[in-house]
Design a binder for this molecule. Structure first.
Ligand code: NAD
Length: 494
């Protein structure tokens, strides 16, 4: 589909009502309950969504169990499964524009971003794991007396639950689903209640690609209903979860009695560290992206920006000038740069932090509220705040919106201590031209990801995830493979 180039892009997609997808069929909830889907730009209800409960999750799990044990999926050759997974990627690629538009409609994010990130990265996840699964080896050891050979045999984990967030809905769902399918599992998905549409569309694509019935099942609904039923279901072997730290803790507690394998990608309070030896203009551009991409609703967004004191004022001035130039509004108007936040509940949360900043005596260098002239929709201006101290709630808590704090520092030791003074440890970004310092600092910060002179560059083979409260385990390449497979060591006497 050709990408349109006019100022306000004419929509080729329409919102639709979302049903569950169980055993290859789109179905209502057992109890027929639904909830409303709200357009984040107009605040109007534009569809209904089936509201799943434990009964729907159980139907999905039974279908997934049958597909694993009795259906063609478990009997397919690795090559056949890889071909299907590649085909899913191919169809997603063909339907990129439609997917980008649907994602922008449901989340409020700007179409420039969904075209650039959400839509192209979803097929890439399938293509990557279609290749990975046919090239991956296994471990083998001959013992020291040469009398036995040990080798690892990998089988699927079983029925896997995938519980998803709203910020990059299809991209993050496919990041979990592609390796789960590559490893031969069957799956029950619960997308975010705030962004149900692209996951529902994906089910159509799976059918078209030839995924057998029951291999992938989708149940919509809320955390305490459908989500909790996944946590507790005895026939679900593992959960791949992306979301907030507090939700991760609840899932872990509810999953404990059934001893599920857990993979968690959770929140962050990521520091950006900017040393005085940098090219300030380059760093301002990088920091605009790491602060305000997707309205700041990216898990690796840098929301605490530490700037070495000699360049603090110049950095803030240039950063503020470029931030003021960002246009907020209709995500389909290509003159704009930023769209709306996903939902009222999230808008209210981000706005509450602006109030706290005021109470804490912060200085709003830019933004601080709704953009003028936008009376409807969950829009917030890109906001830079200075003058807060290390104990400020804005410096310590994940806001997950277009709000960043900039703070000065004097020494490398001081900034490392500040960066580590948090329970979270997802990512950090270090800007310096001193290669030794860059490595030193990257190794000193307790986080799963460190970007040096860049931000959010992805290589799907590398470990992705957080330390401390920001996650459990890693995903990507062999790390996803290890999570979604069970290994048996087979010891052969020679
Ligand atoms: P959330 O935790 O509120 O919800 C995520 C999912 O969990 C939703 O589908 C929700 O319905 C479900 N859920 C809620 N309570 C549940 C329960 N008790 N049992 C089972 N499921 C439950 O997160 P969100 O607001 O949708 O997403 C934003 C968060 O996700 C941010 O904290 C962000 O940093 C994080 N995130 C992390 C990564 C990463 O890679 N580390 C990537 C994207 C987003």
């Amino acid at each position: 589909m050709a990408v349109q180039t006019q100022k306000v892009v004419e929509k080729i997609v329409k919102p639709f009502d979302c049903l569950h997808y169980i055993d290859g069929k789109f179905v209502e909830s057992v109890d027929k309950k639904t909830f409303n889907n709200v357009n984040p730009v107009t605040e109007e209800v534009y569809g209904t969504v089936a509201e799943g409960s434990a009964a729907d999750i159980d139907l999905a799990v039974q279908a997934a169990k049958r597909a694993l044990k009795e259906g063609p999926w478990g009997k397919m050759s690795t090559q056949e499964r890889s071909n299907i997974i590649r085909k899913i990627g191919d169809i997603l690629l063909e339907r990129q524009e439609e997917i980008a538009q649907l994602e922008s409609l449901d989340t409020g994010k700007h179409l420039k971003f969904s075209r650039h990130v959400d839509a192209p990265r979803a097929p890439k996840n399938f293509h990557f794991f279609a290749d990975y699964m046919i090239s991956v080896g296994t471990e083998a050891f001959q013992d020291e007396t040469n009398k036995a050979l040990n080798f690892g045999y990998r089988r699927p984990l079983g029925v896997v639950g995938l519980i998803q967030p709203w910020n990059l809905p299809l991209f993050l769902l496919t990041w979990k689903l592609a390796p789960a399918l590559a490893a031969g599992n069957t799956v029950v998905i619960k997308p975010s209640e705030l962004t149900p549409m692209t996951a529902t569309l994906l089910m159509e694509i799976l059918q078209e690609a030839g995924v057998p019935n029951g291999v992938v099942n989708l149940v919509h609904g809320f955390g305490p209903g459908a989500g909790s039923a996944i946590n507790k279901h005895p026939d679900i072997a593992g959960i791949g979860f992306i979301g907030q730290v507090s939700t991760g803790a609840r899932i872990m507690a509810e999953a404990a009695p059934t001893l599920k394998k857990l993979s968690f990608e959770l929140g962050g309070k990521n520091p950006n560290i900017i040393f005085a030896d940098v090219d300030i203009d380059e760093v301002v551009d990088g920091t605009i992206r790491s602060s305000f991409t997707n309205q700041g609703e990216v898990c690796v967004s840098g929301s605490r920006i530490y700037v070495e004191r000699p360049i603090f004022d110049e950095f803030v001035e240039k950063f503020a000038a470029k931030t003021r130039a960002l246009k907020v509004g209709d995500p389909f108007d290509m003159d704009n740069d930023q769209g709306a936040l996903v939902a009222k509940v999230h808008y209210d949360k981000v706005m509450s932090y602006l109030k706290i900043a005021e109470e804490e005596g912060g200085t709003f260098v830019t933004g601080g509220g709704r953009p003028q002239g936008l009376d409807k929709g969950y829009f917030i201006q890109p906001t830079i705040i200075t003058g807060l101290d290390d104990n400020s709630r804005l410096v310590r808590e994940e806001i997950f919106g277009p709000v960043v704090c900039v703070l000065p520092f004097d020494t490398e030791e001081e900034v490392i201590a500040k960066a580590n003074d948090t329970r979270m440890g997802l990512s950090n970004t270090i800007w310096t031209n001193d290669i030794r310092r860059a490595h030193r600092v990257a190794q000193s910060i307790e986080s799963g990801l460190s970007y040096i002179n860049c931000w959010f560059l992805r290589d799907l083979r590398t470990p992705f995830g957080g330390t401390k409260d920001s996650g459990l385990g890693r995903v990507g390449g062999v790390h996803s493979w290890e999570f979604y497979t069970e290994i048996t060591n087979i010891c052969v006497k020679l």
